[in-house]
Design a protein around this ligand. Structure first.
Ligand code: NAD
Ligand code: DAU
Length: 354
């Protein structure tokens, strides 16, 4: 079996759903259920013995030690993190606590566990750390995309905390020989994306008749990847990646934010037109820019393609259409997230600990 942390979040939930759709290898899902963790995203696995949910913190050494000793997973995939840049600007402390200190404690537990393994189990064990392109900083319009050799130049408290965790993971390989793999991925989008991030926020606000807040001039560029393609890249790296190596993952799909917002509006105009006949783009509102806003990210995904044969299956056109359709078909999920209903469920289920 494998231990997956943060699998009640956006990418982790997609990863577990995809994993169990393709394999019967069980998953232990360790998640703290912060505001971003939502077990409703995994409700299709209710009663499925292949998914074991454990409520807890990656920084809880006693808990993680026990889970590793009891279940003896062949791999740990670490998604758990505070992930939203704007929140890191308003309050960086949780980012340091989970992304830096939490990852450190997790690494210590994993190192101790790996030390108890022998022979084939020791050789096959992997720790896969899921990271971001934001650790590389920002690009000028004509700069080539980020390769794995690009210097780390994080600019937000979020990206600095992820950079710190990447360095710890790297150090545990070089110092202790821990068989680690790191993936640095560009912006994901798709089902179960929390509506604080650009694409789901635009869909949800558009349908609610609210303003669509575009930061600054809207010409910041991101490299978008459909979440299921990120999940397939992680599966591939886990399967065939070389310990100690990092792999950049991206969609070869750079677009300015305003183009993304206009695309979402056009798809909504087609699939769920406004009653008054106006286009959703009339709701676009330019607002104050994010402090320290990185202007451009772009990933050079040559290495993972050349060495591991991975490439994305979706184009942006197919992926964004599926995403908008998913939000239209799953408004109950959105309403539940927005109403805080899932938090009430967490409180009821887990009491004050959650
Ligand atoms: P998310 O915020 O949707 O989910 C994070 C999950 O981690 C939540 O379920 C939360 O409850 C859990 N968590 C937080 N702190 C925890 C702790 N201390 N212990 C256990 N669980 C904890 O994030 P996401 O968008 O799914 O991102 C997952 C990972 O992928 C993160 O490491 C992020 O940095 C990375 N990443 C995200 C993107 C993206 O576009 N979303 C792109 C590249 C990399
Ligand atoms: O690049 C990978 C990263 O992508 C991940 O590591 C992060 O976890 C993930 O949150 C994401 O970070 P971004 O800051 O790029 O994503 P976000 O959706 O917050 O913003 C995307 C772009 O849209 C960014 O340039 C800011 C802009 N934006 C965002 C919001 C929420 C707006 O213009 N308006 C908004 O309301």
């Amino acid at each position: 079996m494998i231990l997956v942390t943060g699998a009640a979040g956006f990418i982790g939930a997609n990863f577990v759903l995809d994993w169990l759709a393709q394999s019967d290898e069980p998953v232990i899902n360790l998640d703290k259920l912060t505001y971003a963790g939502n077990l409703q995203s995994l409700s299709s696995l209710d009663g499925d013995a292949r998914h074991v949910f454990v409520h807890g913190d990656i920084g809880d050494r006693a808990l993680v030690d026990r889970l590793l000793a009891e279940h003896r997973p062949r791999a740990v995939v670490n998604f758990a993190a505070e992930s939203h840049v704007d929140r890191s600007i308003h309050g960086p402390e949780d980012f340091i606590q989970t992304n830096v200190v939490g990852t450190f404690h997790l690494l210590e537990s994993v190192r101790a566990h790996w030390g108890t393994l022998e022979g084939e189990a020791r050789a096959a064990f992997r720790f896969l750390h899921v990271s971001t392109d934001e650790v590389y900083g920002t690009l000028k319009p004509t700069d080539p995309p980020f390769t794995e050799n690009h210097p780390y130049e994080p600019n937000s408290p979020y990206s600095a905390s992820k950079a710190a965790s990447d360095h710890l993971v790297r150090a545990y390989h070089h110092t202790y020989g821990l068989p680690v793999l790191t993936t640095n991925c560009s912006n994901n989008y798709g089902p179960y994306h929390f509506p604080e991030k650009l694409i789901p926020l635009m869909i949800v606000n558009a349908l609610a008749g609210k303003p669509l807040p575009v930061y600054g001039d809207g010409m910041q560029v991101r490299d978008w990847l459909f979440v299921k393609d990120h999940c397939s890249a992680i599966r591939r790296v886990l399967e065939a990646g070389t310990p100690g190596e990092t792999y950049n993952v991206g969609g070869w799909n750079e677009k300015p934010n305003i183009e993304i917002v206009n695309t979402v509006c056009a798809l909504l105009d087609e699939m769920s037109p406004r009653a008054d006949g106006q286009g959703y783009a009339t709701q676009i509102t330019y607002v104050k820019d994010r402090p320290g806003h990185d202007r451009r990210y772009a990933i050079d995904a040559t290495k993972i393609h050349r060495e591991l044969g991975w490439k994305p299956a979706e184009t942006f056109e197919t992926g964004i259409r599926k995403t908008v359709r998913w939000y239209l078909d799953n408004q109950a999920w959105v309403q539940q997230v927005q109403s805080g209903e899932y938090r009430q469920w967490v409180d009821k289920q887990y009491g004050a600990k959650a």
